[in-house]
Design a protein around this ligand. Structure first.
Ligand code: ADE
Ligand code: ZN
Length: 337
């Protein structure tokens, strides 16, 4: 199964670039920018990555991102992740970035976007990996701040496909962001949002009805409400599920209790993703492997998950079909069809 997963062509649809920041690169960039970090070794950093909930993780995640200052830092961070994509047969990725994590510290929006974008251009050329960008608003900073970010993004909007909503979910429902999502959509961005990770099913309803989201990040708690599940199925909207993240942030007690099979049985379109791989113990293939082992998934299910990842990407139909053909050829060979 490990080899089947390794060679399976796939897309990743839920990945925070700041969450791909491996401790080794963090040390290197901290050193060249002469920034002190509160750790003496890579082992110490990894030891600190033990979380009871989303907020525990977010505090450490924002601290890690604070060493990113120059355009080259954002380039190195992004290119390092894209190399991992190529090594895992991730053919396409939709990368979230949190501009406010950086602009709040005085780093210019253009420094962030230009570094990330340049890495994406180079990866397409050198690694044959395609990528789109999702600009995520930090929900704990509120709507006015998100509006400022939207304004800053407009000169670069040809480089950004979608907008997202992340950070502390509880107490920050989608209803606080109706106006900025409406304006973002008018600017041409596709709306998505984290919903139902720690928050209730009600937040997923809000994200669908009030923000018009076209994909649900996580969505685990949607299962609390049968009518909601039926609604998501009828809208044909996918969930970007992140098994190792769910386990690390105690969204699920144990991966064996993960609701992925229930989701699929209910007709939900599920994809597998790593969320913040540097913090949660594995890249996307490790997520496929962990959930396959925990739930004893067969090859047909893994194929379905990979197929969803291309099908529910925001790629245009031509490139989507190209990747789907590649996947089908692989699966036909592997399953002897
Ligand atoms: N930012 C980075 N990872 C996140 C997650 N899993 N949930 C909410 N915000 C995040
Ligand atoms: Zn996330």
């Amino acid at each position: 199964m490990k080899t089947f997963i390794q060679n399976l062509p796939k897309a990743e649809l839920h990945l925070h670039i700041e969450g791909s920041f491996e401790p080794e690169l963090m040390f290197e960039i901290a050193q060249r920018n002469q920034i002190d970090i509160p750790y003496n070794s890579v082992e110490e950093v990894r030891d600190a990555y033990k979380f009871d909930c989303l907020q525990d993780f977010l505090d450490i995640y924002y601290q890690g991102a604070s060493v990113l200052i120059k355009e080259q830092d954002f380039y190195d961070l992004t290119y390092s992740y894209l190399k991992k994509c190529a090594a895992q047969n991730v053919r396409h990725t939709e990368i979230m970035f949190d501009p406010q994590t950086h602009t709040e510290r005085g780093v210019a929006f253009e420094t962030v976007i230009n570094g990330i974008h340049r890495a994406i251009v180079d990866a397409k050329e050198n690694l044959s990996v395609t990528a789109l960008l999702i600009m995520s608003y930090l929900r704990h900073l509120g709507e006015a701040d998100a509006f400022k970010t939207l304004e800053q993004s407009l000169p670069f909007k040809d480089k950004i496909a979608a907008v997202g909503l992340d950070s502390s979910e509880k107490g920050n429902p989608p209803s606080k962001f109706i106006n900025v999502f409406k304006a973002s959509e008018e600017a041409g961005y596709i709306p998505v949002a984290h919903a139902g990770e720690e928050g209730p099913a009600e937040y997923v309803w809000e994200a669908l009805d009030l923000l018009n989201i076209q994909r649900i990040d996580h969505g685990n708690n949607a299962l609390e409400d049968k009518n909601l599940v039926a609604d998501i199925v009828s809208r044909d909207i996918a969930l970007t599920v992140c098994p190792l993240s769910n386990s690390a942030l105690q969204v699920v007690e144990d991966l064996k209790q993960h609701p992925l099979k229930k989701m699929l049985a209910a007709g939900l379109k599920v994809t597998i993703n790593s969320d913040d791989p540097a913090y949660f113990g594995g890249q996307v293939n490790a997520n496929y492997e962990a959930i396959q082992t925990a739930l004893n998934l067969d090859k047909a299910t893994l194929y379905e998950l990979a197929k969803n990842s291309f099908q529910y990407s925001f790629l245009n139909q031509t490139i989507k079909s190209k990747y789907l053909k590649e996947l089908d050829a692989y699966y036909a060979l592997e399953s002897g069809n």
